[in-house]
Design a protein around this ligand. Structure first.
Ligand SMILES: Nc1ncnc2c1ncn2[C@@H]1O[C@H](COP(=O)(O)OP(=O)(O)O)[C@@H](O)[C@H]1O
Ligand SMILES: [Mg+2]
Length: 264
């Protein structure tokens, strides 16, 4: 399955991607994590040291020229089937593994955001991201998790068109829920009906009924174990709350899988 996380900045998209990936890999799944944000923090959130991060794909001018501008014109449907395998880095599994389970694999593909903020052309990067999402090798048990750029602008360029599940991440605040609702509406217009709202750092209260906000919902409480160490540690894995987070991730994955089979 291909799942994307979207929502306002700072709400927990990257943390959630790291938690889901680790949980899936510990359950024997082959996971491709795609960092499509400018902050490029998914590797570190997964415990990778900054030096171990690969060069983001959008800064690989050589590859972009080779694939997107092959023949001198902009190829909006480039052949990228080999890129995940050759560019991704393996990330060690962090959480505890049950004795009877053969672990899967966690790989990180650092794409970079599809804006032109860094000087690169947004259309090139966007074409690459869309092609990657459309073509990334899908083995039976493989999962693709995309950590999208904050906000909604990239959705207008179709970044979520090739996923079969969308996680709208929000804090329990009106502004972040409004962004979440906008994300939900835009993804719905792209044909992504399988959506779940993750209300992060949620303690109590019911979110308002905003058009576009997914009605299936998972709440994650504030995690003191994460707050207590995030000043000195960029990883969100290996927390004292891992068992509880795992249960929430299982519930979320189950909702996404059921939404996908209902849609197909
Ligand atoms: N449930 C939570 N409890 C405590 N801290 C959290 C929780 N979820 C995320 N964080 C922290 O909040 C910050 C922002 O999260 P992050 O995943 O980077 O958000 P985003 O990717 O949406 O910008 C990070 O420092 C992260 O460790
Ligand atoms: Mg992030």
């Amino acid at each position: 399955m291909k799942i994307a996380m979207a929502g306002k900045g700072g709400v927990g998209k990257t943390s959630l991607t790291a938690w889901l990936a680790d949980r899936l890999a510990r359950n024997g799944k082959d996971v491709w994590m795609v960092d499509a944000d400018t902050a490029l923090s998914l590797g570190q959130a997964s415990g990778l040291s900054p030096e171990a991060l690969p060069v983001p794909l959008i800064r690989r001018g050589d590859l972009i020229r080779e694939r997107i501008h092959a023949g001198g014109f902009l190829d909006l449907n480039p052949d990228v089937g080999d890129l995940p395998e050759s560019l991704a880095v393996d990330i060690p599994i962090a959480g505890p593994v049950a004795p009877d389970v053969t672990t899967g694999r966690k790989r990180l593909l650092v794409m970079g955001a599809v804006t032109n903020a860094g000087g690169g052309c947004a259309c090139d990067a966007n074409a690459l991201l869309k092609a990657l999402l459309a073509h990334v090798v899908m083995e039976r048990d493989a999962w693709v998790l995309v950590d999208l750029e904050a906000g909604v602008e990239h959705l207008g360029r179709g970044t979520a068109a090739h996923v079969n599940g969308l996680v709208v991440v929000s804090e329990p605040s009106m502004r972040s829920l409004q962004t979440g609702a906008e994300v939900g509406r835009m993804a719905r217009d792209l044909g992504v009906a399988n959506q779940v709202l993750v209300l992060n750092r949620h303690e109590n209260g019911v979110p308002p009924a905003l058009d576009g906000l997914p009605d299936r919902r998972v709440s994650i409480p504030p995690l003191p174990g994460l707050m207590g160490r995030q000043m000195t540690d960029a990883s969100v894995l290996g927390l004292p709350e891992t068992a509880m987070v795992d249960k929430l991730m299982d519930g979320l994955l189950d909702m996404l899988a059921r939404g996908q089979s209902a849609a197909s």
